[in-house]
Design a protein around this ligand. Structure first.
Ligand SMILES: [Zn+2]
Length: 550
């Protein structure tokens, strides 16, 4: 009998030679994520960056050796690390160090914050990001460049609305881009102008954002790496161990890879590059450069339309507050059909932004006809946002196996005002989490950070309560679309792993799966729904390493 076989026989009769864990998490309520059911008392053992075992007190003891670290969960929830299915992750890192206009509640406050931030800059440095929201302001006026020209004479400003679909340029930025009243408006975009003189007012929408963006200097690799590092620390503190990074650039990909080589990555990223760049992406992937378990090219991201907040989401019927106006498509349907078709032929996964009901219906019909034309394949087509759906389009997700990649926080944010935009009927199938699940759709939840806060616990709270941020819907906004805590958590874990083709290696607490684990201070399943947002992350573990502890 060989020594190995002999050792194996001895192991059968003794626990002494069970593989020892690097880390055990004891005394928690363990939710594996394999179902939407409630968690159970238990312990988790981790070794070599993977889940080793989930067991009761007696069972887990055999994995504990002299070098095993122990974390006490004290009755808190132990669950798979959150995956955020839709972020602009590196932008988020830049935003963390930029002017914060998110909660500026008046134009005066908006101006004050820009003025204050400008004093910290050298002349010529750009002021970007911001995330302002004019729907908070009395009368909801859009900002204009004159508001800030005198306080930012030497710094070009291009600060975006919270949804990223419109932005304000100041005089210095208009000059830098050579914009005058004669600058043509690009197709799929808008440049707001003075009705009398034709002079630009400073607001650029959707495809017109490029008019300014193209003169914004690219950040250096060092600055991009430090933005990514800031974003990683922020994510770790919120229990986010993976993300699908939408609208990523090649420079972003290079940054992730530099931090991975330096051993500084604490989150797994699937990057979705621009759809119209499909050929370069296809070539890169076919040369074996898709990536590894931490950083990979997930696929391609495109845009059908804009946003409801900017009135650029594309609807069948006109906006209720803008007679005859239906929004716009960012690209002609024929271009979208061709790009998606080419990308699908190259075997790439496709994720496309669609907000308005008509944008969603067109996208679903493109997905449907391509599936027929190209034959069966495990495609996992994604619709990003799937915000406003006609009732008859909801079951199409389940039928075609299209993933609804949705952001529950948007529901409690947009729910404050979107009925004014689209009326009382269309809101019934807005962020239709319940109807989508009931018709067999797979949900993948995320934040759309920086459009919304990265915190997934806020997303769970939003999906379960649908209580709008203004406190005006205590029983939930369109309450029939609420879902359970288990359903929301599934969409933030296993649902996202599936949506990036990672469901065979992570997304649930399964022996052999990646040890991406979060420990919360409370058990979300037994909390009152209205206080779910009070739960906090105590530990975040990524690839078996503790990357955050409170
Ligand atoms: Zn987005």
């Amino acid at each position: 009998m060989s020594r190995r076989v002999l050792a194996g026989v001895l192991c059968l009769v003794s626990a002494a030679c069970a593989q020892k864990a690097d880390l055990v998490i004891t005394g928690g309520m363990v939710w594996t994520g394999l179902s939407t059911g409630a968690p159970r008392v238990g312990n988790v053992a981790i070794a070599g960056g993977k889940i080793l075992a989930i067991d009761d007190d007696a069972g887990i003891a055999r994995y504990v050796g002299p070098r095993t670290e122990r974390i006490r969960a004290d009755g808190g929830l132990v669950m798979p690390g959150f995956t955020d299915g839709h972020t602009h992750f590196v932008d988020g890192g830049f935003q963390l160090a930029s002017v914060d206009l998110r909660n500026a509640a008046t134009p005066a406050e908006f101006i004050r914050r820009i003025k204050q931030y400008a004093t910290t800059l050298k002349p010529g440095e750009w002021i970007l990001g911001g995330d302002w929201d004019h729907t908070l302001w009395p009368g909801q006026p859009l900002p204009r460049h004159e508001w800030i020209d005198s306080i930012t004479p030497n710094n070009p400003v291009f600060v975006n609305r919270v949804d990223g679909h419109e932005a304000l340029a100041n005089g210095a930025a208009l000059r830098a881009a050579g914009v005058t009243k004669d600058t043509p408006t690009p197709a799929g975009g808008e440049i707001l102008r003075d009705a009398r003189t034709g002079e630009p007012l400073g607001i650029f929408k959707d495809r017109a954002l490029d008019v300014i963006d193209r003169v914004v200097p690219d950040p250096s690799p060092e600055r991009r790496d430090s933005a990514l590092a800031r974003a990683l620390a922020h994510a770790a503190a919120l229990g986010v161990t993976a993300t699908a990074h939408m609208s990523a650039s090649w420079a972003d990909l290079a940054s992730y890879r530099r931090l991975e080589r330096a051993g500084r990555l604490t989150l797994r990223a699937a990057l979705y590059l621009p759809l119209d760049d499909w050929r370069t992406v296809a070539e890169s992937v076919s040369h074996g450069a898709r990536g590894d378990a931490w950083v990979k090219i997930g696929g391609l991201k495109g845009f059908m339309d804009g946003s409801a907040g900017s009135r650029t989401a594309y609807f069948f019927d006109p906006y209720s507050d803008s007679a005859g106006y239906r929004g716009l498509l960012q690209h002609p349907e024929t271009d979208m059909r061709r790009w998606i078709g080419n990308a699908d032929s190259a075997g790439l996964q496709i994720a496309v932004h669609a907000i308005g009901d008509r944008a969603n219906a067109i996208l679903l019909s493109i997905y449907d006809s391509l599936t027929r034309a190209h034959g069966p394949r495990d495609r996992r087509f994604r619709v990003e946002h799937a915000q406003h759906l006609r009732p008859e389009d909801i079951p199409v997700f389940g039928r075609l196996g299209v993933i609804a990649s949705m952001q529950p926080y948007h529901a409690i944010d947009d729910g404050r005002w979107v009925e004014r935009r689209i009326g009382p009927v269309r809101i019934k199938s807005t962020y239709a989490f319940r109807s989508l699940l009931d018709t067999g759709a797979r949900l993948a939840f995320g934040s759309d950070w920086t459009v919304a806060p990265l915190d997934p616990i806020l997303g769970v709270y939003a999906a379960v309560t649908r209580r709008t941020l203004d406190g005006k819907n205590p029983g939930g906004w369109v309450p029939e679309q609420k879902i359970s805590v288990g359903e929301a958590l599934r969409a933030y874990t296993a649902g996202n792993a599936y949506a990036t083709f990672d469901d065979a290696t992570r997304g649930t607490l399964t022996p052999g799966y990646a040890a991406d684990v979060v420990v919360l201070d409370r058990n979300l399943f037994t909390m009152l729904a209205d206080s779910l947002d009070q739960a906090r992350v105590r530990y975040t573990i990524a690839g078996g390493k503790v990357v955050f502890r409170r």
